[in-house]
Design a protein around this ligand. Structure first.
Ligand code: PGA
Length: 251
């Protein structure tokens, strides 16, 4: 089902005390019923966050996971481990994982398979570099990322998939794609999915925009017909800003 989603990616920010403070702020808020709200704290804070939000509509999700289920992978965390602490959704393919941790399309495809097999929801990130856009190669780059990371999966799996379009040049830079640029790419992504899997799946998939979404630009971006919400970095670390973005639909 195509849902409105706003997910906060806290990245490597907030120790346990700061996590609990931010969650306490969020718990005071009233959330719109038609928006699925998610937060992705650091691994060490997932279980405390899950316990704090257990009776609450905000879902705790993971920023990453390993592709194997267990074994000699020092420093890694598996899907089963995440599930055992109440986490059922994982972000895969964030551009920081792709560039800083050298995660390739092939590796991401493996992570997707493992997450789907473990019945997790995947938020799969795609996004072009500035140079790709300058060379008018952005559509091709996104198509390739979808093709290599997701298009090997079965039709049935698409119930568990959400896409996040995050142009790399807009992440953490304060520079946002214009609502028109976001809509154009989201429509392209939907069309590409439709060609691969048919209209039914393409129309049902939620496609989030990420990259410097702030309270002052969220409403314009979310008003576009193929934008179903946002993956929010910096602005998700302040409860007021995050709430303003959650409440930006229909404004
Ligand atoms: P930003 O990050 O909102 O700080 O640009 C978005 C993201 O990396 O998911």
């Amino acid at each position: 089902m195509r849902k409105k989603i706003v997910a906060g990616n806290w990245k490597m920010n907030n120790d346990l005390a700061a996590t609990q403070d931010l969650l306490a702020e969020l718990k005071k808020q009233v959330f719109p019923e038609d928006v699925a709200v998610m937060v992705a704290p650091a691994f060490t804070n997932l279980y405390p966050a899950y316990q704090t939000l257990r009776e609450h509509p905000v879902e705790v999700i993971s920023q990453n996971m390993h592709q194997s289920d267990k074994g000699a992978f020092t420093g890694e965390i598996s899907a089963s481990m995440l599930k055992s602490v109440g986490v059922n959704t994982v972000i895969i393919g964030h551009s920081e994982r792709r560039s800083d941790f050298h995660e390739t399309d092939a590796l991401l495809a493996e992570k997707v398979d493992t997450a789907l097999e473990k019945e997790m929801t995947v938020i799969f990130c795609v996004g072009e570099q500035l140079s790709d856009r300058e060379h008018s190669e952005h559509f091709e780059v996104i198509k390739t990322q979808l093709d290599r990371g997701l298009f090997h999966t079965s039709k049935e799996s698409w119930e568990q998939i959400v896409i996040a379009y995050e142009p790399v040049w807009a992440i953490g830079t304060g520079e946002t794609a214009t609502p028109k640029q976001a809509q154009e790419m989201h429509a392209f992504i939907r069309e590409t999915i439709s060609q691969q899997y048919g209209d039914g799946i393409a129309n049902n998939i939620s496609i989030l925009y990420g990259g410097s979404v702030k309270p002052n630009n969220a409403a314009d971006i979310f008003s576009k017909k193929d934008v179903d919400g946002g993956l929010i970095g910096g602005a998700s670390l302040k409860a007021d800003d995050f709430m303003a973005i959650v409440n930006a639909f229909g404004k």
